[in-house]
Design a protein around this ligand. Structure first.
Ligand SMILES: Nc1c(NC[C@H](O)[C@H](O)[C@H](O)CO)[nH]c(=O)[nH]c1=O
Ligand SMILES: CC(=O)[C@@H](O)COP(=O)(O)O
Length: 161
């Protein structure tokens, strides 16, 4: 029997009401879409701390997907934009470097109304979206492993050299 699929959620605590709802919706939807999945949850203080936690998880184990969750609400200064831009860039870099899907739902919103709609409301819920994207990428990677085993390219090159 195959190993149980593992998904890791790295979620910021900042803007707690919204961040917690994002986590809850993500976990609930994973339960619906991938019921036998083991879900590990790591909480960090703010969105800025997400990439270092993701990098550490990737260094120590290789889950089928990592889901990054955070809620950045724009303030009076450029702080929110700087944090959001940096987090987004590092998450994509880590995903590509380690070849593990990193789902990015570190949200940059204008105000609490936008945060409510995306974290608590049903229609735009980014927690459910995160779970759907993770489930989809787990399927994509299983299919890639099945149809393109890792050393296929090198083996072909060697044969034709
Ligand atoms: N303003 C928000 C933050 N700011 C905190 C930073 O993420 C970080 O924890 C701090 O700069 C120390 O390194 N974090 C959020 O997740 N959301 C915000 O709206
Ligand atoms: C303290 C923060 O991280 C964030 O709320 C920045 O807010 P501001 O831009 O108003 O200083």
């Amino acid at each position: 029997m195959g190993q149980r699929v593992r998904v890791c959620i790295v979620a910021a605590k900042y803007n707690e009401q919204f961040a917690d709802a994002l986590v809850e919706n993500t976990v609930d939807e994973i339960g619906v879409l991938m019921p036998s999945t083991r879900v590990d949850l790591i909480r960090v203080p703010g969105a800025f701390e997400i990439p270092v936690a993701v990098a550490t998880v990737l260094e120590r184990e290789k889950p089928a997907a990592i889901i990054a969750l955070g809620v950045i609400i724009k303030g009076a200064t450029a702080h929110a934009d700087l944090v959001a831009g940096s987090v987004t860039q590092f998450l994509q870099g880590l995903a590509v470097e380690h070849r593990v899907p990193v789902i990015n739902e570190v949200l940059l919103v204008d105000d609490e109304k936008q945060a409510y709609a995306r974290c608590i409301g049903a229609n735009l819920n980014r927690g459910k979206e995160a779970a759907r994207a993770a489930a989809s990428m787990v399927d994509v990677f299983h299919e890639l492993d099945r149809t393109m085993p890792k050393d296929t390219g090198r083996a072909k090159k060697t044969r034709h050299a």
